[in-house]
Write a protein that binds this ligand. Structure first.
Ligand SMILES: Nc1ncnc2c1ncn2[C@@H]1O[C@H](COP(=O)(O)OP(=O)(O)OP(=O)(O)O)[C@@H](O)[C@H]1O
Length: 273
């Protein structure tokens, strides 16, 4: 299936976000189709993580619209206006906004820079926690699913280990399995390898590439430009909270149209020049 045949899964329009006086996102648009691997690249502080967190309701944008196929259309600006300021705003509008954000969150799962595993629970317990506690999946079903997923990433033997008994790469693979166990429509990765020792990066990127090959829909914030180049089918370059350039990996990496993109890529690819 060519990327253009894919059906739309998520559309974001005009996403705005400020933290106090820091206007972090200034109208970000994004189109994710089923099976897409979208890479968000850009300098530190350009807003990549804030975009990702906005897609699953971990961050509430000040304005903009998000639509997940088959789910609610979430208009953040309209919601904020309807809910009004402070505790005395419109409670019904506030409750509706919360329900819509929950609906977004239910359809996606996030893999974080730091795996955030529960330290006092085994690998298996970490993986089944979400399906059992959040989704109400019976324990036996969740356990069967978790075992299959752990086998897929080569961690069957670590089922009963605790996170501190695993390497950083293994912990991050458990983080990925934990996200997969929720059976989301959309996988969100926030720099999943940037906290790892260099020799452990490959094993995590390999799992991510396999997921992409299997057709999972993924949005990935990454500094791993080789991954973005080889695995993504869309690359967005963010600078100053704006999508400066958007295209295929070939376009962005071999013929960037924007001077800002060229300068960013130069800095990363030739750090000593
Ligand atoms: N919860 C928050 N409260 C206040 N400021 C925040 C918060 N989250 C992000 N910011 C600010 O928003 C800006 C963008 O941050 P963001 O993490 O989205 O950038 P990024 O491109 O992902 O950076 P990095 O590559 O370093 O992770 C930064 O100035 C950051 O300090």
């Amino acid at each position: 299936m060519s990327p253009t045949d894919r059906t739309p899964l998520l559309t974001a329009r005009g996403i705005e976000k400020s933290f106090g006086a820091n206007h972090v996102l200034r109208g970000v648009d994004l189109d994710v189709r089923r099976g897409d691997v979208v890479a968000l690249i850009g300098a530190s502080g350009s807003g990549k993580t804030t975009v990702l967190r906005s897609l699953n309701g971990l961050e509430t944008p000040d304005a903009g619209v998000l639509e997940l196929a088959g789910g609610p259309v979430v208009d953040f600006g309209a919601q904020a206006a309807a809910a009004g300021p402070g505790w005395f705003g419109n409670r019904t509008a506030r409750a509706a906004a919360k329900a819509n954000r929950a609906a977004l969150r239910d359809r996606s799962a996030m893999v974080f820079q730091h795996h955030n595993l529960f330290p006092h629970r085994t690998v298996l317990e970490n993986v089944i926690e979400g399906p059992c506690q959040v989704q109400g999946v019976p324990r036996a079903t969740a356990t069967g699913r978790a075992e299959e997923l752990l086998a897929r990433v080569g961690l069957t033997e670590k089922r009963d280990a605790y996170p501190h008994q695993l390497s950083g790469g293994q912990q991050q693979r458990v983080g990925i399995v934990r996200a997969l166990a929720l059976q989301p429509d959309l996988l969100l990765f926030d720099e999943p390898t940037s906290a790892l020792d260099p020799e452990l990066v490959g094993e995590v990127l390999t799992v991510m590439k396999e997921l992409a090959d299997e057709g999972w829909t993924m949005v990935v914030v990454t500094h791993e430009l080789s991954f973005a180049r080889q695995v993504a089918n869309q690359v967005l370059f963010l600078d100053g909270g704006v999508v400066v350039e958007h295209g295929t990996p070939e376009q962005i990496f071999t013929a960037p149209a924007e001077e800002r993109t060229r300068r960013f890529l130069d800095r990363i690819l030739h750090p000593l020049d």
